[in-house]
Design a protein around this ligand. Sequence first.
Ligand SMILES: [Zn+2]
Ligand SMILES: [Zn+2]
Length: 284
Amino acid sequence: MEIGALEIEGYSLGGVETVVHLPRLRLAIDVGRGPDSLVRADHIALTHTHMDHTGGLPYLLALRQLYGMSPPTIYVPDQMGDKLEDMLAAWSRLQRFDSHYTLARVHPGGSYPLNRDLELRPFRTHHVIPSVGYCLVKTTQKLRSELQGLAGPELVALKAKGVVITEARERTLLAVTGDTLVEVLDKEPHVLAAEALICECTFLDERKPYAKARAGGHIHLDDLMERTAAFRNETLILSHFSQIYSREETARLLEPFAQRVAVASVYAFPTLPQQAWIGPLAGT
Ligand SMILES: [Zn+2]
Ligand SMILES: [Zn+2]
């Protein structure tokens, strides 16, 4: 699916498997059970180390080695870095060959470059184990606003005098919350202005009592209904639905939210590989 400037693939079913893949950037944010398509991901950013988000990691590392590919960089919340290395070391002992990877232990507020103009910026999320979300930020050099309208030769002359004629502009192309309580939207309001936001919304109606949704560290649709005015994204993708909802129910239950929120396009992320996205939902 083309979302703004990005190609985004993947699927998410709460507790079962979550994969967000940006194939053109060779970036995966969570790897689920390690689908073949992710073998090309040179950058693997983990929101947290629950099995449904991280389980396929050792398999992907082994596949990359089988195919003679370069070691990927794995980004993981700092508190879980040692434990992730222990797990990968255990697989090395089981297989009697070393896993090759670079580990980046990430901190909320830090910046991790993917290439010359793109970086990952983790932000703190609120789950039942250490967790982060990720912003994907693109920086471009643009002509300084006060110089707009000057002719080319004038700009060349200014530059020759040593005047800096450009300034850095940042665009947050995408924010991905991973699993979290809704507090992330109040404490990290910048994610509500990302061009596209993939936001977890595990529970959609009273079949999951609100208190139990919170106890599991998850967002309930009631949380988002209270915040419809806050979203300033161009595209909002809701994700990580519980297995208790069918595809038809998901579309129906999200409808009132999609009608209230002032976002151009609201989608529901697929829950299975190859499944079509739900949306854009009505009211958009
Ligand atoms: Zn999950
Ligand atoms: Zn989780």
